[in-house]
Every structure is written in C-alpha cells, then in structure tokens.
Design a protein around this ligand. Structure first.
Ligand SMILES: O=C(O)CCC(=O)C(=O)O
Length: 279
C-alpha cells in the first residue's frame, strides 16, 4: 500500500502504522493539509462485493426517493447502507488498521455518523456543489471525520473529489467557486483507496466527463456523544449485537445508545446502554 501526496520511510509493519502512516504522521497531515489518501485500503474482492451491494442498495434508496418526491437532486446518491448489504458490515470490521489513527484524531473512541454512497454519472448530483459536512465548526475539538472509499479508480476525467487543501484551517466561510477552484486538488486513487479528510474542509465531487459511473461509499465518523444521522443499532436490531464483532459493535454505536425506559436506565455499569469509555 502506498499513500498519495505524502510518503514516509516508516516501515508498514510497525504496529499502529497503516500504508506507511504512523499515527503521528497521519495526525500531522490531517492537521496541515486536511486530507490524505490511503492506497489499497480495501482489497479487490471486497471492492467487487461492495459494488454489487451498491447496485442493489441503490434500487432500494431510489424507489424511496421517487416515492417521497425528492427524486430530482438525488439521482445516484444512496444513504445509510448498513443493513443494505453484507459487504458494508464487513468493511466496518476491516477498520482495525485505522482505528488507532482515528482514535488519536478523536482523542477517544468513535462511532459511525452516516454511511452514504454515490454513483456519480455525467448528470451529477448535489455532491457537486462546494460544501463541507459539518454545519457547526468545532474548532480544535474534532467531532466529525469524513472518509470516502473509491469503488472505481478516481481520475481527473471521471470526477475525482476536489479538495480545497488547508481550508479546514483558514476558510471558515463558504468559498466562492473561483477561490475554491484556485486551491482545489483532485483526490486521485485506485479502486479500494480510502480518502480521509477533516470535516471542516471544503470539497465537492468533480464533474464526471467519462462514459461510466464513478462509484464510492462515504462513511463518516463522530465522537460517541454526538447524535449520528441514523440509529444503526435500532435499524439493524438490538438483538443483532451478539452476532457482531467488538469493532462492529463499537463503530455501529451499540455502546452509545440512549435508554428510553427507566428499566433500561437503572442497570449495572456492565450492561448500561451508554458505556463508560465512550467519552
Ligand atoms: O462523491 C464525491 O466525490 C464527494 C463526496 C462528498 O461530497 C462527501 O462525501 O461529502
């Protein structure tokens, strides 16, 4: 595995190192540039299964978008893929190599905030607008972290995500298009690469000028005390917890649930719905 735009001589075999990134290096690059690409994070077999699950999940999302009258701007977009394909749960279980990096970023544990997808065609979608995914700036306290897993090669021709490097540090207000494009760099990578970026960073999907869709999934992570966009434990079912790995339980938020009855609230520490250690 190699890393776009920053190389290090640290051997990948060191514990806590992913694709040549030590936790320290990862933190320094996110702090300075705001984004990085981890090449080859997902292997080809899982990428293939995620592509297949994305296609069937899109049929589910699209029929609801149309039925609920929001078809216009949402073409090619998918939301909350957990539960819509086994490969997405398997992806969550594969986060172990970046867990130390993300925990260092958050200064503690993290959970899934949302898990969307994008099948970017030439018609584009709302993701082409310059935006960032955190509405309230949290300053130096990291609350949200964006990722994007490339399910096709990301190239300048097929609309690689445009990243306004460093804008998480020095651009609190939305830039106009000229300012954005003056500094934007495409996040290029092979299928299976994972783009990671500070959620304060301004970005946009590029324009897909190729004749094929450019597919991705976009998991975002947050501190466990932040309200996620979707209640994944409730959606999957509380009784599914025992079938999930410890990492899946943590990331899906099974240890950061909200009691809804006093019987759920009054419990010994070991079975509390919001566990200690979640921040
Ligand atoms: O699809 C893309 O290139 C952009 C995705 C995006 O805007 C996001 O993950 O917030």
């Amino acid at each position: 595995m190699t890393v776009q735009s920053m190389r290090t001589t640290t051997p990948a075999a060191l514990p806590g190192t992913i694709a040549g990134f030590t936790c320290e290096r990862f933190a320094a690059v996110i702090a300075e540039r705001g984004w990085l690409v981890i090449d080859g994070f997902v292997d080809a077999d899982l990428v293939e299964r995620m592509r297949a699950d994305l296609a069937s999940a899109y049929a589910v999302c699209r029929s609801l978008q149309i039925a609920n009258g929001i078809a216009l701007d949402t073409e090619g977009t998918l939301h909350h893929l957990i539960g819509l394909g086994a490969s997405f749960l398997e992806f969550i279980d594969g986060l172990e190599p970046v867990r130390p990096h993300f925990e260092r970023h958050f200064r503690g544990r993290f959970i899934l905030n949302s898990f969307g997808g994008n099948i970017l065609g030439s018609g584009g979608s709302y993701a082409n607008a310059v935006h960032r995914d955190i509405r309230t700036s949290s300053g130096n306290l990291p609350l949200l972290l964006n990722t994007l897993v490339m399910l096709d090669d990301f190239t300048p021709a097929n609309g690689a995500t445009l990243m306004m490097t460093g804008s998480h540090r020095d651009w609190p207000e939305q830039p106009d298009d000229a300012a954005f494009h003056a500094r934007a760099e495409p996040a290029l990578g092979r299928a299976g690469s994972m783009l990671v970026f500070d959620s304060h960073l301004w970005h946009a999907a590029g324009v897909n000028r190729s004749d094929r869709p450019r597919r991705s999934v976009t998991p975002m992570y947050c501190r466990p005390f932040i309200k996620p966009q979707f209640d994944y434990p409730r959606a999957l079912g509380y009784d599914r917890m025992s079938t999930l790995s410890p990492l899946q339980q943590q990331v899906l938020g099974y240890h950061a649930r909200i009691p809804a009855t006093l019987a759920e609230w009054y419990r010994p520490a070991s079975t509390r719905l919001y566990q200690s250690g979640q921040g």
